[in-house]
Ligand binder design. Sequence first.
Ligand code: NDP
Ligand SMILES: CC(C)CCC[C@@H](C)[C@H]1CC=C2C3=C(CC[C@@]21C)[C@@]1(C)CC[C@H](O)C(C)(C)[C@@H]1CC3
Length: 418
Amino acid sequence: MASPQGSRAPLEFGGPLGAAALMLLLPVTMFHLLLVARSGPARLLGPPPYLPGLEELWSPWALLLCLTWLGLQAALYLLPARKVTEGQELKDKSRLRYPINGFQALMLTALLVGLGVSAGLPLSALPEMLLPLAFAATLTAFIFSLLLYLKALVAPASALAPGGNSGNLIYDFFLGRELNPRICSFDFKYFCELRPGLIGWVLINLALLMQEAELRGSPSLAMWLVNGFQLLYVGDALWYEEAVLTTMDIIHDGFGFMLAFGDLAWVPFTYSLQAQFLLYHPQPLGWPMASFICLINAVGYYIFRGANSQKNTFRKNPSDPRVADLETISTATGRRLLVSGWWGMVRHPNYLGDLIMALAWSLPCGVFHLLPYFYLLYFTALLVHREDRDERQCLQKYGLAWQEYCRRVPYRIVPYIY
Ligand SMILES: NC(=O)C1=CN([C@@H]2O[C@H](COP(=O)(O)OP(=O)(O)OC[C@H]3O[C@@H](n4cnc5c(N)ncnc54)[C@H](OP(=O)(O)O)[C@@H]3O)[C@@H](O)[C@H]2O)C=CC1
Ligand SMILES: CC(C)CCC[C@@H](C)[C@H]1CC=C2C3=C(CC[C@@]21C)[C@@]1(C)CC[C@H](O)C(C)(C)[C@@H]1CC3
């Protein structure tokens, strides 16, 4: 099967073997975390307390709940949007159109959940269903990825992603073949990246907070902090929804098992790990320490938002007064690269801010368990690997201009360290 570029793109993630290993390892890790978080010792590196049988994982109700959730989010996606925006230019010079109504979907979901809870919906029962729900989400992601793979077989070559079309079934299934799979105007990748998983994550956090309130009379300060920080992160992603259109996932990566599983299962069930841990292992936290952790989160958010907004504003309109004074390097493609402001500090200031926030999300869980720091460890590995992939893509895109940028801004993520 020919690559859409004519020559084959270099294999990533360790090729077919790496892809096969990740397809097994990621779900196993997710179930390990879910089991260990509720066990007494909560040891990240220890064995799980027991191995669940199929009867504990499989529940038709969980699958129904999962599909209903996807259906609800799809319906909210289809509601009239306050704005419809165009994505980046594609290979065939066309641009796709995307509805900007993610924040509206979050608000409407909050309203529906609020009404449901006041009418007696037992949201605090959700934590008891996390295992079968995670299993249902994994199954859904797997079947969905199969359908996406089949859909790509009839897609035109111009619709295929630069990677994910090696001709190896396992590798292509994992990475995803089609860049922007759609049915009419419904864009599956854009929908999955921001809606069901991210909103599902804050809903699971809320359910854990409510169950803690039922168990202990009121939610702990640590649980409030974790819920608040992560709600800010998800609210921000949906408020600045348009920014996702310039991320690597939308511009470069195909839509396959990696993103389908990542978006639908990995994000809601592993990103809520700190709240899961806190429900079963309450941690004392005083106001002085809580204030310090809030400050760390605020610093991380300031860097993350500042850097992402600066790049998006610049990419949308380089003469925007907010970025017009920044120093830039011209490239042969006609696009310019920022070399001052946030992007003159390190080559990925947005990753730095994100990592600082990740630390703030774990600190409320204390320093005596490694488990709540899993997100920070995984995220560091993800971003270092992502930065390396992006670096190679930018070198290919911008050649000498990228080398000049690297010379002017030598550090990748952490100034003077990395
Ligand atoms: N919570 C999570 O699980 C995850 C969060 N993230 C977050 O998502 C966000 C987006 O990440 P990601 O898509 O990886 O990367 P970026 O948003 O950093 O995008 C990288 C692209 O930005 C452009 N760029 C790079 N340097 C410059 C420069 N100096 N001037 C102008 N443009 C430049 C290049 O594209 P071009 O030139 O073509 O515009 C490059 O390919 C980040 O904040 C990250 O932290 C990411 C992964 C997971
Ligand atoms: C587990 C696998 C090896 C990889 C799965 C990766 C995915 C979970 C992540 C890839 C890029 C992501 C982004 C976000 C969430 C996680 C995934 C899907 C993001 C939507 C989070 C919120 C941010 O504000 C963002 C910038 C919009 C993020 C975009 C990338």
